[in-house]
Design a protein around this ligand. Structure first.
Ligand SMILES: Cc1cc2nc3c(=O)[nH]c(=O)nc-3n(C[C@H](O)[C@H](O)[C@H](O)COP(=O)(O)OP(=O)(O)OC[C@H]3O[C@@H](n4cnc5c(N)ncnc54)[C@H](O)[C@@H]3O)c2cc1C
Length: 390
């Protein structure tokens, strides 16, 4: 029997939806391109370079609560994360969380969130090694999914695109495409055995240290593994990663290039963060869907959740929260309307999702303008903390 619902992608949004449907006894199948759960975790985690996510009470945590996973999340989440925001001279302007009070936005490593969600869904319902190439509506109104290796699965009533930034289901609802935001992040690690680990700890402590200025950013973030994730944010051309493949393979040349071309005027303590980070850098060119695209007419047989619906730049730290909230609201509407009125369910879900998504995209882009301004963090401090730098 073909299940009524197919979910594309075993990321945070896809697995949350899977868990919520499973609890409501609604049958589904998840198709994930990664070859296995371990491959998925190592890809998403990249030994930890996937980073850490903070889950908010009114969205991400709410979804986990409805999924019956909040206690398990709380048992592994980190409530003691600090935040420090500095300028390009290394002067710290804001320091939050040093008072020992619990954060209301607890952190979890991306790979641990995935493990938690995966362990809550029947194993046989997640099918690994299924890379979606295309989603099609058949003449009888049913949906079929075509995979990169030529396999086809058909007969679904609803296909949910939870397949992230480059969703293969998106074209069924909109012609809009992700637009490059002009910024790349390059991320590497400082692991506990690294002699520079103590210096990284003195910057970021149990949480995050962010230095901003000259349209650049250096980020140091503590992970659950004890490692620090080091990221630099730079204005780079869209194809920088593909045009610099050789440089990216020679990590010591890349470090020298970054220090010489981008951070030469920055203090030694911050240059050392880049100098002493380990291994290859992972690159993240940042893309965003145009906010205007979040207005399509419901297309029977298709729904989008998470980044597939509203990819944006990760500069307010809410992408995964919005994604989990989507899955919660879609599951609630499917349960409310039943399988006989999936179109009604998707339509009501979209009416709830669009304004949240538009708000997230607009706030993320605005925050990015402040982060990457020549005089950052001046505008950010003024707007979000009411502080003057002079
Ligand atoms: C550098 C960076 C830092 C970020 N930091 C934060 C943060 O601090 N806080 C926050 O809230 N958000 C953050 N985000 C955003 C957050 O990661 C996303 O919003 C969130 O992961 C979206 O979840 P998702 O399930 O919709 O998509 P994804 O996490 O992208 O998951 C999609 C899944 O679909 C699979 N897939 C993709 N294509 C196919 C295909 N063709 N066939 C089958 N499977 C496929 C993928 O393998 C993956 O498992 C950050 C993003 C980036 C890039």
């Amino acid at each position: 029997m073909t299940p009524p619902v197919a979910i594309l992608g075993a990321g945070p949004s896809g697995l949350t939806l899977a868990r919520l449907l499973d609890r409501a006894n609604i049958d589904f199948v998840v198709f994930e391109r990664d070859e296995s759960p371990t491959a998925a975790i190592s890809t998403a985690g990249d030994k930890g370079v996937g980073g850490t996510l903070d889950l908010h009470a009114e969205s991400g945590q709410l979804a986990l609560q409805e999924a019956g996973l909040l206690d398990q999340f709380k048992a592994i989440a980190r409530y003691d994360a600090t935040v420090a925001i500095a300028d390009s001279k290394g002067k710290v302007w804001i320091s939050v969380g040093d008072d020992g009070e619990d954060s209301d936005k607890p952190e979890i490593d991306r790979k641990d969130l995935r493990t938690l969600l995966l362990s809550s869904v029947p194993e046989e319902k997640v099918r690994w090694g299924f890379k979606v190439q295309n989603v099609q509506k058949e003449t009888d109104g049913s949906m079929s999914i075509h995979f990169a290796d030529g396999r086809v699965e058909s007969g679904f009533q609803l296909v949910v695109g939870a397949d992230g930034a480059w969703s293969k289901a998106r074209r069924l609802v909109t012609t809009a495409k992700p637009q490059y935001y002009g910024i790349h992040y390059l991320s590497a690690l400082i692991q506990p055995e690294n002699p520079f680990h103590t210096a990284a700890a003195s910057l970021a402590g149990k949480g995050l240290y962010m230095a901003l200025g000259d349209e650049k950013q250096i980020l140091v973030v503590k992970l659950g593994t004890g490692s620090y994730q080091v990221s630099v944010g730079l204005r780079l051309p869209e194809n920088w990663t593909s045009e610099n493949a050789a440089l990216l393979k020679d990590s010591s040349a890349l470090r020298q290039t970054l220090l010489r071309d981008s951070f030469t005027d920055w203090p030694q303590s911050l240059m050392d963060v880049i100098r002493h980070s380990e291994g290859d850098f992972r690159t993240w060119p940042l893309y965003s869907m145009p906010a205007e695209s979040l207005s399509w007419q419901t297309v029977p047989g298709v729904a989008l959740v998470g980044d597939a619906a509203h990819l944006t730049v990760p500069l307010v730290g809410e992408g995964v929260n919005c994604a989990l909230h989507d899955s919660l609201q879609l599951a609630q509407q499917i349960i409310k309307h039943g399988l006989d009125d999936l179109q009604g369910a998707v339509s009501e879900y979209e009416a709830l999702m669009f304004p949240r998504a538009i708000d997230l995209i607009e706030r993320s882009k605005e925050s990015g303008e402040f982060y990457f301004a020549p005089d950052a963090p001046r505008g950010w401090l003024k707007t979000y903390a009411g502080m003057e730098m002079d």
